[in-house]
Design a protein around this ligand. Sequence first.
Ligand code: ZN
Length: 332
Amino acid sequence: MYVASETRMTAAQEPDVAQPPAWNPNQQRAKHGGVVVLPVQGNVYVLAADGANITVQVGRDGILLVDASTGQMNDDILAAIRGLSNQPIRWVINTHVHGDHTGGNEAIFRAGSAMPQNRIGSGLNFPGSLPSGAVIVSNETVLLRMSGVTGGQPLAPQAAWPTLTYIGQGRELYVNGEPIQVLHQPNAHTDGDSLVVFRHSDVVSTGDVFSTISYPVIDLETGGSINGMIDALNGVLGVTFPAEKQEGGTYVIPGHGRIADEADVVAYRNMVTVIRDRIQDLKDKGMTLEQVKAVKPTLDYDRRWATASWTGDMFVEAVYRTLPPSLATAQR
Ligand SMILES: [Zn+2]
């Protein structure tokens, strides 16, 4: 009796606690301007806007986002988030530095507010004035590039910079009653990639180490590499589970494209590995980049995975340049 009444009181005091949404796409799917909202699993949703996917986790602590899109559709994105929860935006995790993932940082920082206990630790990059906005989390290299420590020119104004960075293997957060792992993937798409694992909702947000629409983009200027990319895809597979003899299980939100599951990542990892091995073999035989391109080692995959902005040739070149030289070539 006593327990029951206390339970009711708690619920009444916290009317905004988001319940895990039932899997009902017709009921949950919503559109705000150009932004489509889809339920994923547990407390996690995805917003599809003009840039990279935005992952949204909702609950009683507030709202946590993974990535912030381009910054061109901030009003629609904030309206879409308001459609899910009226709690404050507390956290934004940037999977990496690219503008289609971080362009909305400043607007979301200003629209949000850190929980009181998080403001102290997040003030490190704002000497003299603690930030009142959302806490922006990333690998340290993302801050170094955005602030101009790396590269000489700041990529964004200070309000867009990460305020809570990590070095090493990653960082753990506990938000909305859920353990969240931010796991560094060294030298994959860039040198600052993070996977974000929602352990209770059973969802992984991958940033651009996984895509359902193109070959993996390897950004040579920011330290990407093919072997780091394959390690990162294996890292995704290390935290995903298939459902028993069926699709589903852990859901995977790519940087670009549709919601996927472990089988999609396995097929993608295998495709990337086959292409890597072909190019390594050709490079080991002493072939130049031009000779390798002429062989067309991606030909059988190009219809599915090549795009106008990231062609088979561009992928081949990035793979070739970031593979280690063969022993045979080195001894010549
Ligand atoms: Zn990217």
